[in-house]
Write a protein that binds this ligand. Structure first.
Ligand code: NZQ
Ligand code: ZN
Length: 391
């Protein structure tokens, strides 16, 4: 296991009706004037936005609002949010929604305290200060409610890029599993897939002696395999929603990623799909992961065989471990399809002629001859081959 430092200070308020504590939590973490940031309207329709506002009013906390965040959040609304925060002297950003809303909120929080263009932070610079952020989560998926990351797409070139800094970890996150009961089955399945991807990307490591985090990841993956179908069968199953929600946070707050190298090639390769086709991130991952895993499997057959046995219940073939490894990847793909996820690029709207464009944008900003991926390096030819495997 590698040396590590780990700082994950988010306060979680989990359970039924937890959103009624939002005002108290904002106060506790020093907010006086709040920007309530939300998406395309689900929180208006469900009545959640009104409940959150009532909770702020009860504590005498002033607020302004900015809705309209779309999935795969865009830079335009971030610039608008930064202006609003400055002109209204906002000192706390409250994201009410999913990963897209939270990520947009994080970009506003970092950009509002910075004299330059917030996009600098998505081009390699690290934010060292940001306004405090709180979240009221409505979908278990991205894990942004506990993560130091934000992913935003710049309209100029449709570059989908990430920034990361501990100052972006939310001060608090309200997790009420019941709020996710209004999700369409497809979005629920996208969330399950994303959570599993966050676990796999950490599982694919080159670090020795990481039994504790291996076992944590396997436990969370098993939870998803068990609870995912339950919630697809019954969207009102609070217990299954609760397990998925907490697994989603644990999958991406890096508690199970510390002390080990990680991969992230599936995410990097997928981000170009959601940028180009505007597909849901989870759906893009369902197509990307099996292709990447089949391509990189030879780098460490033992690791893929291990997850196949421990999570997917495959029989170990000691004479041909690559068969076990492959059976595990097949089982993953079969599972994803069974919960309603796509398995081909075509289903996302992609075509073979898009591949050169996908690779070009993927390597935009990567130095000449550079590679992506933390498990095994992938160059432009490798990534083109992976995109081709998704057809
Ligand atoms: O916009 P509204 O109307 O709220 O509808 C949303 C949206 O259409 C809807 N929704 C959310 N909660 C709902 C609901 N509909 C009914 N009932 C509810 N309770 O679901 C749709 C998707 O929402 P979105 O926020 O986009 O989902 P998700 O949480 O999956 O976020 C995806 C984004 O997160 C990024 C992805 O790249 C993508 O842009 N990621 C962020 C990460 C991070 N910050 O740590 C890590 C992830 O790997 C990921 O890359
Ligand atoms: Zn993800």
């Amino acid at each position: 296991m590698n040396n590590f430092s780990y700082y994950s200070p988010t306060y979680f308020d989990f359970g039924n009706d937890a959103e009624s504590h939002t005002g108290q939590l904002v106060k506790r973490f020093g907010g006086n004037k709040v920007l309530i940031h939300y998406g395309g309207g689900s929180v208006v329709r469900s009545g959640l936005l009104d409940r959150v506002k009532d909770s702020l009013k009860e504590e005498g906390i002033a607020y302004v609002e900015l809705g309209g965040v779309r999935p795969n959040p865009r830079s335009g609304l971030v610039y608008e949010g930064i202006e609003l925060v400055r002109s209204k002297n906002v000192d706390f950003i409250l994201a009410v929604g999913g990963g897209s809303v939270i990520d947009s909120a994080k970009a506003i929080a970092a950009g509002a305290t910075y004299d330059g263009d917030f996009w600098d932070f998505f081009s390699g610079m690290h934010p060292e200060v940001a306004l405090p952020i709180g979240t009221v989560l409505t979908i278990a998926a991205a894990g942004s409610e506990g993560s130091p990351d934000s992913v935003v797409t710049h309209e100029d070139g449709m570059l989908k890029r990430a920034m990361s800094s501990d100052v972006l970890r939310p001060k608090f996150s309200v997790l009420n599993p019941a709020l996710t009961q209004t999700l369409p089955a497809y979005q629920t399945a996208c969330g399950v897939t994303d959570i599993m991807a966050h676990l796999y990307e950490r599982y694919l490591t080159n670090t020795e002696d990481v039994e504790v985090t291996d076992r944590m990841i396997e436990g969370l993956l098993l939870t998803m395999v068990h609870e995912g179908p339950r919630v697809i069968a019954d969207p009102h199953d609070y217990g299954a929603r609760a397990n998925i929600m907490w697994a989603g946070t644990q999958a991406h707050n890096n508690s199970c990623g510390v002390g080990r190298s990680q991969d992230w090639s599936s995410h990097t390769i997928e981000h170009e799909l959601s940028a180009l086709y505007d597909c849901a991130h989870g759906a893009g991952l369902a197509v990307t992961m099996p292709a990447v895993f089949r391509y990189v499997m030879k780098h460490d057959v033992k690791r893929f065989a291990q997850v196949a046995v421990r999570v997917w219940g495959c029989q170990m073939d000691f004479a041909h471990p690559e068969r076990t490894a492959k059976a595990g990847i097949d089982a993953l793909q079969h599972f994803l399809v069974s919960i309603g996820m796509p398995s081909t690029l075509e289903e996302l709207g992609g075509k073979e002629e898009d591949i050169s464009k996908l690779v070009e944008v993927l390597f935009h900003g990567v130095e000449q001859g550079g590679t992506i991926g933390g498990f095994t390096p992938l160059d432009t030819k490798d990534c083109a081959a992976i995109y081709r495997m998704m057809l």
